[in-house]
Design a protein around this ligand. Structure first.
Ligand code: SF4
Length: 385
């Protein structure tokens, strides 16, 4: 097969492989239609660096049976693979032309996972050693590879990921007979964590991540978030990503209802509450069915359930109290504290000028012991009618 055709198939195929560096469903941008249709993802790394990522599969052939995946062994689809040299050379050509500055490399399992992962590693070795590329490389760890292979990937990549897909073994039953949750996914992820904790900081400097396919197997948000909480509190994982399930024609799950994108969004909001707002799992409010409330963001739901915490006095509250107020994020909280070092906040108008979205905070605060003016008017009006 012509290189050009392979590129088209394998870079297009990679859009299904959520790596967390790219939000496939909503933010993907095909920025370079003239250059052989490859998918290039402008992305921001945790430290703020911007990377134009070439996202591609080594092969879209796979021996596994994951029911949600377009490349499962039983689906009729054109299969092809890169050779190591082909892929390394093409990537470096894109780098030299300034079209991309980083690589995300994943693959279906061609033959066996160990052999396929070795090919991916050797490709990266060519890029790193022969072409002296020092930039960003994200390598996907294939399910079922040995610890030794994980160590090799760990030494070469800037970031690695292994997708748990579901919260635990129970939810894999309906989607794969071959993949084993604990053995092939969770244990390798915990091993990566061990390596990361023991190695010098410059190894795997952009950390490791995982991802869930939300709603693929009847799991509830509470199941997913218990696993996520466990990962954030017990391991050094950098980020967890969520991808709402979309049925793909020709797969065993083609008739299954797609997961609403809003559910994915609520999970991202909780993820943020865990990482940036100091919220704990026990504080979250779920529906009776075990899902997050879709109609309101999780922080507002928490505030509604915890009225005792409010009102928060804007001129006295510390940072931790301020960021619990709906509408106040880390940025606004810091600005409020900075402003207070110079002067008191004396009015609603003054408060609203501090940052965007603060209107939402008004029902939850006092300013110098007073309910904000607009809220007092609302209370008066509601008592009249
Ligand atoms: S291992 Fe499963 S998810 Fe990965 S490419 Fe194969 S069938 Fe798809």
């Amino acid at each position: 097969m012509e290189l050009e055709t392979k590129l088209k198939i394998l870079s297009d195929s990679a859009k299904y492989d959520i790596c967390g560096d790219c939000f496939i469903s909503r933010e993907v941008k095909r920025v370079s239609p003239v250059t052989l249709n490859q998918w290039i993802y402008p992305t921001m790394l945790p430290d703020g660096r911007k990377v134009k990522l070439f996202k591609v599969l080594m092969s879209n052939a796979c021996e596994n049976d994951c029911a949600y995946c377009p490349f499962n062994a039983y689906r009729r689809v054109k299969r092809t693979s890169f050779t190591k040299e082909e892929l390394a050379t093409y990537f470096m050509e894109l780098v030299r032309k300034g079209i991309v500055s980083g690589l995300f490399l994943s693959s279906g399992i061609r033959g066996n996972p160990e052999k396929t992962m070795q090919e991916m590693i050797e490709t990266v070795e060519i890029i790193r050693k022969k072409y002296q590329f020092r930039g960003y490389i994200h390598l996907k760890i294939l399910p079922g590879v040995s610890r030794q292979t994980i160590e090799e990937a760990f030494r070469l990549a800037s970031r690695i990921s292994i997708n748990l897909e579901v919260p635990d073994e129970r939810f894999f039953k309906g989607i794969s007979q071959k993949k084993k949750f604990s053995k092939y996914l969770l244990s390798p992820l915990l091993y990566i964590d061990k390596l990361k904790k023991e190695a010098p900081r410059f190894f795997l400097k952009d950390g490791f991540t995982t991802q869930f396919v939300v709603g693929v197997s009847g799991e509830k948000d509470i199941d997913i978030l218990k696993r996520v909480w466990d990962l954030y509190t017990r391991t050094s994982i950098s980020r967890v990503y969520y991808s709402a399930f979309h049925p793909i024609p020709g797969t065993p799950l083609e008739g299954k209802e797609p997961t609403p994108p809003l559910r994915e969004h609520r999970l991202y909001q909780v993820d943020y509450l865990f990482r940036k707002y100091g919220f704990e799992l026990e504080e979250l409010v779920f529906s009776e069915g075990g899902n997050l409330i879709l109609e309101k963001d999780p922080k507002t739901v928490w505030a509604t359930k915890n009225r005792w915490f409010f009102p928060v006095e804007i001129n006295r509250a510390d940072y931790e109290e301020l960021i619990r107020v709906p509408g106040i994020g880390p940025k606004s909280a810091k600005k409020i504290i900075k402003l207070r070092q110079i002067k008191k906040i004396n009015s609603e108008e003054e408060f609203l000028k501090i940052g965007k979205g603060l209107q939402k905070s008004l029902p939850y605060i006092t300013i110098n012991g007073q309910i904000p003016y607009s809220q007092r008017r609302k209370i008066v009006i509601s008592t009249l009618f």
